[in-house]
Design a protein around this ligand. Sequence first.
Ligand code: GAP
Length: 445
Amino acid sequence: MTAQSKSRSLERMEDLVSLCARRGFIFQSSEIYGGINGFWDYGPLGTELKSNLKSLWWQRIVRERADVEGIDSAIIAHPRTWEASGHVEHFSDPMVDCRACKKRFRADQLDDAGSCRDGDDGKHDFTPPRNFNLMLRTHIGASEDAGSIAYLRAETCQPIFNDFKRVREASRQKIPFGIAQIGKAFRNEINPRNFTFRSREFEQAELEYFCHPSERERWFAHWQQERLRFHRDLGFDEEHLRTRPHGADELAHYARAAVDVEFLFPFGWQEIEGVHDRGDWDLSRHGEYSGKDLAITDPETKEHYVPVVIETSVGIDRTCLAILVSAWCEEELEGGDKRLVMRFPGALAPIKAAVLPLSKKLAEPAQRLAQDLRRRFNVFYDDAGNIGRRYRRQDEAGTPFCVTIDFDTADDGRATVRDRDTMGQERVPLEGVAAWVAERVDPGS
Ligand code: GAP
């Protein structure tokens, strides 16, 4: 089969949702009980995709920089944390109820409410808006009184502020420097929607970069550039990526300035990352609430000051969704055949190579090659069925290379490597396949 004559990108989210369930990228959590709204499970392909994305972020933000340290904090922090951060007081969305159908909606998203199944002429009968706090609550220990209330973290950054002094001293970092973490966050969203885009449990990758107040503009600009560069490396088209500064009326309670990185989904432009100037809000408040001095003394000037924080906060699930949207490509091939190919960049692809013997009789050299490749990559082995259908399954999984062992392999010691995107084929010596794949999926290797 030769290259495509026509190609189409994703138009309907339903098609992606269906592929994700069918191929085991992402599907409803607790599916056998009918699902649970706002919660999602990642299957084998989705878990690899997400893990590759997190590794790339960690590599760029933590490992490649001498001025950033990584942590992995507990999900539940001391409840005073969320009073100090302002979440108990401010972290809410305006909510309305429909008196007729009893459904709840976000008051700022009523255009999407649709018609009411129980109201006159399909009209909702809304209550006045009231604030609904988005933090998920639990109780610690055996008693369930007010004193035992704790919160699942609503953002991963608050424990970073709690740990600021300890991490700075342990790592002997000087201002400016950053602390990063990847982890779960929880929000009791009124209307989870658009697949994983707005969920109640999700992952964030956050960097809190501490600097002198006089340097805030420089670092705010620096981190916007860095984060855009990262998103471009995920394979997003320039036309599907933009930044949008927040207006003064949109700023979160902690932010002095904010810029969203937005991606063009089939349901419109939406935020995937926020870059925020949080000022000295967090350290000052935690200093006040904990009674600990979180200010810094400059070793040269002896100035005693509270550093300001520039934050980059990216949603891992939202970015995975953007990667899935951006990778989607339906092709019409010469001869009228069609294929769906997920064009993931090599570093993100869940499976890097599939080993496909043309006959079960070739299992021995094929298994040996697969085992050799598994030491470096996630590899899939498939010896059943028509080779064309096996290629199509790997195209849907986004596997960059299929390595075919055929009856000539015993004579010439070579395998055929098929490229997912061009469908071009090349004979490669068996002992060189691992390096051949590595060079293309992990250019730094
Ligand atoms: N610490 C700052 C902070 O949490 P945010 O803009 O509320 O800022 C940052 O969230 C990122 O977290 C968003 O850009 C988005 O990618 C992700 N995110 C926020 N709420 C989400 C939700 N309900 N479901 C999935 N991802 C979410």
